[in-house]
Design a protein around this ligand. Structure first.
Ligand code: CMX
Length: 466
């Protein structure tokens, strides 16, 4: 059922760009037609910005930014979402609760679909239910893998990390890249975005089939993969291919998780990698394959598997009598052994992650999750850990991030193979990355090429300032 856009809070609407339209329920335009309408105005806006404000100073670059992983450096153009350190993520001005209230869900479900989030990210508009269904069907029709990609994935050793396999499968899709083929034929710059869009839609469509095939091959080799159902949404099909189609609550959880994890502005390692590689005019498939390998690091996407490993070890050590004191003790033990507390802290956020809160609310609403020992432990941990981390005094953000709970819900529902969890994140993060790849080509953004300095050069520069 489509929840009315009127539920969107007034506070959030104030921050929505003026070209954003929420009541598009009667529109029958396709995604490409909608983008065709929007792009000229955005191109003009960027042209004016460059001409009129090209010399405006946005901020200082300090040595600490350069040697500190570029934290806080305002240096990237990314339109689809903005991350406020205190408030968290907004997608074209909409908070997660706004999106939950306004984006169309799948038939029989309540959670927003991945395709409605993709539409919002790409266009800045809330799609109608009909538009979402048309996009779902397009994705389902494009979802099957070419035979050589199936064979390639099936040939990989089961012991190869699922994320490595995902990157290989995605990169191989560039065999049929519309962007690359058109580039070879000498397409005009004004045509870049349409071919990039074709590849991006095709990539999003095929990700579930690649991801599910890896899951089947590595963990359940005797299972048959069902055919893609043209009447289901992207995540409905993904869940069915994973073997969980009959579990409505898990499918709904996956819809929510994949939608809200889709974009987290541009500076995070996976999004930034897709943007950087795409700026060389690599096609969307290989640009996103590169992003997947950034996602595969334990400080980024792999954190959700690390959280589960850590919470299970905690559960094993504490036993059945879980108290706040015992959790506190276990957190200190982890910190004293020199390890980080997975699922806590963030490069930008300075408050609890609203994505964590949305997943937690989902758990609170499901009796079976509410009473699950692992979910109860995650909740209790989130009540204790911030104070311990504050006392520890290192992390700038002692609060839970999205990964603090995401994997544990999957575990509860029986999807216990935690090395696989980052693959689900990889299916999700494509939504934001492909959005930026399309817009970067539509806006004619140039090759990304920052200037680097050596330690000696920075020291010389600093002395000159004295
Ligand atoms: N537990 C213990 N120490 C932590 C910590 C945590 N959860 N988070 C940060 N710290 C430490 C850092 O290791 C750093 O220590 P050193 O000075 O000894 O190097 C210090 O606190 C300052 O770090 P920070 O500025 O607060 O955090 P960063 O921006 O450098 O790093 C992040 C951010 C996410 C990598 C870090 O908080 C972390 O390692 N968290 C645990 C892993 C995790 O949950 N990652 C998922 C993030 C979400 C995502 O990208 O998907």
């Amino acid at each position: 059922m489509l929840r009315r856009a009127g539920l969107v809070s007034k506070a959030s609407l104030r921050n929505v760009p003026s070209n954003t339209t929420f009541r598009r329920f009667a529109s029958t335009k396709t995604l490409k037609e909608t983008l065709q309408d929007i792009i000229p105005a955005k191109q003009e806006q960027l042209k004016r910005l460059k001409a009129e404000h090209g010399q405006t100073v946005v901020g200082d670059v300090k040595v600490e930014n350069i040697v500190g992983g570029m934290r806080g450096l305002k240096a990237m153009l990314w339109d689809a979402s903005v991350l406020d350190p205190d408030e968290g993520i907004r997608f074209h001005g909409l908070t997660i609760p706004d999106c939950q209230a306004s984006l169309p869900s799948a038939p029989g479900g309540k959670e927003m679909t991945a395709e409605s989030m993709l539409w919002l990210l790409l266009t800045g508009q809330v799609p109608s239910e009909a538009q979402t269904r048309v996009l779902s069907r397009e994705l389902a029709e494009k979802g099957d893998l070419p035979p050589f990609v199936r064979k390639l994935i099936d040939s990989l050793p089961k012991s190869l990390h699922p994320m490595t396999q995902l990157g290989i499968g995605v990169a191989a899709l560039n065999h049929d890249s519309a962007f690359q083929a058109a580039y070879e034929k000498g397409m005009k710059k004004t045509e870049y975005w349409t071919h990039a869009l074709d590849d991006c839609i095709d990539l999003v469509a095929k990700l579930p089939a690649i991801a599910a095939r890896i899951y089947r091959n590595v963990y359940h080799p005797n299972n048959q993969l069902p055919a893609i159902n043209k009447d289901l949404d992207l995540v409905g099909n993904y869940s069915a291919m994973l073997g969980y189609g009959g579990n409505h609550n898990l499918t709904e959880y996956l819809r929510l998780y994949i939608a809200i994890h889709g974009d987290h502005e541009g500076g995070n390692a996976s999004a930034h990698t897709a943007h950087l590689v795409g700026s060389t005019l690599s096609d969307p498939y290989i640009s996103y394959a590169a992003a997947l390998y950034a996602l595969a690091g334990p400080l980024h996407g792999l954190a959700n598997q690390e959280v589960l490993r850590w919470q299970l070890a905690m559960q094993k050590e504490i036993g059945d009598n879980v108290t706040y004191d015992k959790i506190r003790e276990y957190i200190w033990k982890t910190l004293k052994s020199g390890q980080v507390i997975p699922g806590y802290g963030h490069g930008v956020l300075r408050n609890p992650d609203p994505r964590f809160m949305a997943l937690q609310q989902f758990c609170d609403a499901q009796p079976e999750l509410n009473s699950s020992p692992i979910i109860q432990m995650v909740k209790k941990t989130s009540e204790v850990a911030p104070d311990v981390l504050k006392e520890h005094g290192k992390t700038k953000n002692p609060y839970p991030n999205v990964d603090a709970t995401s994997g544990c819900v999957l575990y509860h529902y029986g999807l216990t193979e935690f090395k696989y969890y980052t693959v689900i994140f990889g299916v999700s993060r494509a939504l934001g990355c492909v959005t930026q790849l399309v817009w970067a080509r539509a806006l004619g953004l140039p090759l990304e090429r920052p200037k680097s300095y050596s330690i000696d050069a920075l020291q010389k520069l600093a002395k000159k300032d004295l």
